[in-house]
Design a protein. Sequence first.
Length: 160
Amino acid sequence: MIPYFQNDNNWDAYRNELMDWIGTPYRHMTNIKKRGADCALFIGNAMKNTGFLEEVPFREYSRDWHLHQNQSIVLESYLSGSKKLIKGLHFITMDGCDEYMRGDIFLISLVPSGIIHHSAVCLNEKSMIHCIQPRGVQISTITNWWKRHIKITARIMMEN
């Protein structure tokens, strides 16, 4: 298997779709480009709009669920979403972010419990795109601070 976004055409289509979401405000449990999105639904819809995810898994959750539960809804969402990738694509996961490349999905925890409750897509070795409250969809620098909070890196792989 090879990384799906190693192919420039695949990456260009996905990157262009991700960039179209810049400026979309943060809105809990919403996934409408330029109207509102949260971190997981923004990424899921960009994947669907680019054609490599058949449908975006959706599960209701409270705005502050990660403060009151030990359940990692964002991680579960990506794992269930992996079953919705088009034929021939698969997710692999790696702890932390020691090795990352364009298109990788960062699963992030910003709370002491370590519950994964945020996600972002790696654009290159220095930047990522994500939807974060209150700023909405934006590009951020992958600083050491972010690297400390990335718990899992998910990569989409393509069968040869």
